[in-house]
Design a protein around this ligand. Sequence first.
Ligand SMILES: [Fe+2]
Length: 345
Amino acid sequence: MLFRQLFDAASGTYSYLLASRKGGEALIIDPVLEKVDRYLQLVRELDLKLVKAVDTHIHADHVTALGALRDHTHCITVMGEQARVDVVSMRVTEGDTIGIEGLALDVLYTPGHTDDSYSFLMKDRVFTGDTLLIRGTGRTDFQNGSARAQYDSLFNKLLKLPEETLVYPAHDYKGETVSTIGEEKRFNPRLQVKSVDEYVDLMSKLNLPNPKMMDVAVPANMRQGLAQEEIARKGWARTPADVMKALDDANLALIDLRERSERDKVGAIPHSINAPYTDLVMNIRPGGILHELARASGKEIVFYCAFGERSAMAVRAAREAGLSNTTHLHGGVDAWRKAGGALVH
Ligand SMILES: [Fe+2]
């Protein structure tokens, strides 16, 4: 496995680059905007293909690189379903898995620092965001934080993991890089409380100043810009109503770009063909199934995904590959469902 802990000194942020092999797919957790060039260089040097960029929560102390990485690599951007952020193209919740070639992250909902805080468990290690820090815990006094919820996330979820589980947090300000669940249980001063009320009391007395970047970072992180806005301006988007009208039209092929887990959970638009976004480049080149489908059938290809972000990037890529009769469902299955569209399992 390839595992890199990357540091942004200005914000004390750790980002993690993961891949199962050199030359394979990669995923990055909590990337920082100022470090994008470094990440892209490392991805090139290790011959990796960045396919997913994940944030553990909306950060208040730095601007996320999710939007920039999406624009550079066309990767899938992932956050929890509670995150009020536009850039997200895949939303996850407790019990989901975030997969790339050869690696899987189990998704744990661990609110408290913020209401959109998640942790990700990968075999022997857990990425705890700002929920559990080394000898500390993330503050709970802004962004819908809750010390009570955090106590529950810590004591009833993270601390229940095997003691030898490695803890990789989103931040450290003292140069610590890694800990374990057992070590934190014994030596983390915030975890030596006897009850939830004691923890709430402790957290209420911290009196921390707001992060320097907060007024800039939070709004910037909520509005990274949508890939689909520009696609709509070009006239390459279809509304749910358009697609509903055309569903029985034999001249239209609906392509579901989501992953199997998303389809299983939410359902799919009837009569659609599944071709996951991560295989897109292969599928749209000559000889690929979508290329041949478009050429042989003459049908209009309508891509869709969960929110319209992956499908917007797919339309652009398909058109660049010479498939001009391609559009996408604006807003994805989310908009489809809100418009009363049928879904099948
Ligand atoms: Fe945070």
